[in-house]
Design a protein around this ligand. Structure first.
Ligand code: AVJ
Length: 323
């Protein structure tokens, strides 16, 4: 305790505004731009993760069940290609169903290293896996895998697992940068990655505009989260969910459209919205099989095998990272 306040210094009447959180700083920076934008990684608070789990069960949302089907059908071949004594590193610990399938098929998997930005969620996942697989070493890594991060040491031969077409959230430059870092990190091993495919725009449109409105709730949860965490006052009825396929960019874009001219407070600042102005909340890039394999090779991988469903909806790539 100092006695500064007793020396006649000016004592501020109000506490200075607290440093904004990472989410707050990103919202302030993104909403300050002419084209308002926020990274899709901020969707995933607890409520957002639960809403995404519901999306994966929707009849219109084909990626999760199509990818799961591909993994089930080809898991023996996948396990053969991966080989024995692998350390499996998963980028983003999602539902443990896919990784459980893989771990059960692998010959003597050495360890499982899930990487996720949410430490709390990660430790839950680790606890569950340790209970069901007491022999497996589970090493959670709390990190943002969109940036470089440190790995535990040792001589492990690492196999990356990146399911769900989460790579679709990166634009081309970021996808290439991620794949380059992954190729270095996985030297001597490889990467098993799920990638959503270019297809009939009507099919894509339906997947991001489900009849039950779960994707709408997922999108708007960003505003709910801002209201709770950033002292924001978004009126949820004054914004609309808007998702469409942009064919020249080969991506789904999700936006929140301001339905009126309005001002919103956030982190002690006021943000103006014109009627019809949008916040771009997510891009989900779609690839052709050849296009993605070429990107992976540009990043330093060798494209060894691709599995697709009969309908051509989704692909799983096995990429080797030469020694
Ligand atoms: C988790 C990024 C793969 O792009 O399909 C689902 C997220 N957004 N519905 C996707 C999402 C709206 C999902 N990824």
């Amino acid at each position: 305790m100092t006695d500064l306040a007793f020396r006649g210094d000016v004592v501020p009447l109000r506490k200075p505004a607290p440093e904004p959180s990472e989410f707050g700083a990103a919202m302030l920076a993104g909403l300050d731009r002419a084209n308002k934008w926020v990274s899709a990684k901020f969707f995933y608070d607890t409520a957002g993760s639960q809403l995404f789990d519901r999306i994966t069960e929707l009849p219109e949302y084909y990626p999760t069940r199509t990818e799961m089907g591909l993994l089930q059908t080809h898991v023996q071949e996948i396990a053969r290609l991966i080989g024995p004594d692998a350390t499996l590193i998963e980028f983003g610990a999602g539902s443990s169903r896919k990784v459980a399938l893989l771990l059960d098929a692998l010959e003597r998997p050495r360890a499982y290293e899930p990487v996720d930005i949410s430490g709390e969620y990660l430790h839950e996942v680790a606890k569950k896996l340790r209970e069901t697989r007491p022999a497996l070493a589970v090493h959670p890594i709390v990190a943002d895998f969109t940036k470089p991060f440190a790995l535990p040491g040792g001589d492990a031969r690492r196999i990356g697992f990146f399911p769900g077409s989460t790579i679709g959230n990166f634009d081309r430059a970021d996808a290439l940068a991620f794949l380059r870092r992954a190729a270095r990190m996985l030297k001597g091993g490889g990467l098993l990655i799920g990638v959503d495919l270019v297809k009939d725009p009507a099919r894509l449109h339906a997947a991001y505009n489900d009849a039950a409105g779960v994707t709408e709730a997922f999108n708007k949860n960003l505003l709910v989260r801002a209201n709770r965490e950033l002292e924001a006052d978004f009126d949820l009825d004054a914004f609309a969910h808007y998702a469409f396929y942009n064919p020249s960019m080969r991506r789904i874009e999700m936006h929140l459209v301001s339905l009126t001219t309005q001002c919103v407070s956030l982190c002690g600042r006021r943000i103006f919205f014109a009627e019809g102005e949008t916040i771009h909340t997510e891009s989900s890039y779609k690839y052709t099989v050849e296009g993605f394999a070429a990107l992976a090779e540009e990043a330093g991988f060798v494209s060894r095998k691709v599995w697709c469903d009969a309908g051509g909806l989704f692909s799983v790539h096995w990429l080797e990272a030469g020694a």
